[in-house]
Ligand binder design. Structure first.
Ligand code: HEC
Ligand code: HEC
Length: 333
């Protein structure tokens, strides 16, 4: 993320070209008009220009594209010719990086630690550094080139980036002091955590997309409930069992409760958009005083940020009333 942010801060090249690309993308299949003379057709697209042009901007030049196309792949594709030694890198690093990241990569103040931490990833407070966490050395070259030093991204020459990358690898005990990093050998450096990343295999991610004969969305129920943990609750150990009881109760739920979970919990469990939170009496006191009928009417017709029926228009009025009654019942004990 940060690397893009830095690119923008620094970089008119990046920002400019992105602008061009956005325009080009919008124009992908439209007809177009000349600049300053835009006619709107029924498709809301200007006419009389080759497809793909709205009459704004110009094609990105090769130089502009080259300024933006600076990513380095794990297999080394994208690396420019050149190289640099650990020794050269030491001086450059001390000069341009140590003030924030520390002479040994230990991090000054709250600036990131970039060396050490190997073997800590499974601990409760893992230290994620270049050496302990990053799977590819190519990221190091890419990141330093793109984003560092923090205040002057893209100010280093290619050879300087090689040298500093070599030094950061050295600080992480991954290369020796006499090592030279270059276009030819960077991709062959094996990072300790290279096998620590894998495709998310949890069932909701791995599920196949249903393309036909799918379940009726209205019949799909959310079977677990987002649990809202107030900060005060978390800090009090004695409150934690209550939270578990709350989600265990899901098992034998009433119709009102299941509607609530399906259509209302999204906002009312967590307070999204200032929705009054389930069971929080203060948030509900005024509404209770105004009466159940008004609460039902608000739920059916919508109120403030809340859409009619919580946005689930396929639900019957009875469903909504059952959910409201369930919510009211949560204020009873
Ligand atoms: C003014 C302070 C400053 C200087 C100087 C600086 N950095 Fe950084 N560096 C940062 C900050 C802040 C971040 C975190 C940026 C973010 O996450 O958005 C960072 C992030 C990094 C990271 C990624 C850390 C991680 O694990 O995510 C590396 C590697 C890095 N810097 C290397 C360098 C190198 C090499 C230099 C010298 C060429 C340098 N930095 C100079 C402040 C600095
Ligand atoms: C998109 C978020 C959202 C969803 C989904 C949602 N609500 Fe709300 N709900 C709100 C907000 C925000 C308020 C407070 C509105 C206000 O006072 O301006 C609210 C207020 C209420 C109130 C109090 C009305 C009043 O008159 O003060 C009831 C009752 C209520 N919701 C029931 C439901 C029910 C039942 C569902 C599910 C069918 C539901 N809500 C779904 C956001 C939501």
């Amino acid at each position: 993320m940060s690397r893009f942010a830095s690119g923008f801060l620094n970089g008119s090249p990046a920002a400019l070209i992105l602008g061009c690309c956005v325009v080009a993308a919008c124009g992908a299949d439209g007809a177009a008009g000349t600049a300053g003379d835009i006619q709107v057709t029924e498709f809301n697209a200007p006419v009389d220009q080759p497809a793909g042009h709205y009459g704004y901007g110009s094609d990105a030049s090769d130089a502009e594209i080259a300024g933006w196309d600076i990513d380095i792949r794990p297999d080394g594709l994208g690396l420019p010719p050149g190289g640099g030694t650990v020794e050269d890198g030491e001086f450059l690093y001390e000069d341009q990086c140590a003030i924030c990241h520390g002479s040994f990569g230990e991090g000054v103040g709250r600036y990131p630690v970039i060396a050490g931490g190997q073997g800590t990833l499974t601990e409760s407070r893992p230290e994620k550094t270049v050496g302990s966490f990053w799977p590819y050395a190519s990221t190091l070259w890419d990141y330093i080139h793109r984003a560092m030093p923090f205040a002057e991204p893209e100010s280093l020459s290619d050879d300087e980036v090689y040298a500093i990358s070599a030094y950061v690898l050295y600080l992480n005990d991954l290369v020796d002091y006499d090592f030279e990093l270059n276009q030819g050998n960077l991709a062959s450096i094996e990072m300790p955590n290279k096998d620590g990343f894998f495709l998310d295999d949890r069932p909701d991610v791995k599920n196949e997309l249903c393309m036909n004969n799918c379940k009726d969305p209205a019949a799909i129920e959310i079977t677990s409930e987002p649990v809202s943990l107030e900060v005060s609750e978390v800090s009090e150990v004695s409150e934690v069992p209550d939270v578990q009881v709350q989600s265990a109760a899901v098992v034998g739920k009433s119709p009102g409760e299941s509607i609530y979970q399906q259509a209302c919990a999204l906002c009312h469990a967590s307070g999204v958009g200032d929705a009054p939170i389930l069971g929080e009496r203060d948030a509900w006191a005024g509404r209770i005083a105004a009466g159940r009928d008004l609460m039902i009417a608000s739920s059916l017709d919508g109120k403030g940020v809340m859409p009619p029926k919580g946005g689930q228009l396929q639900l019957s009025d009875e469903d909504i009333i059952a959910a409201v009654d369930y919510m009211i019942a949560q204020l009873a004990n």
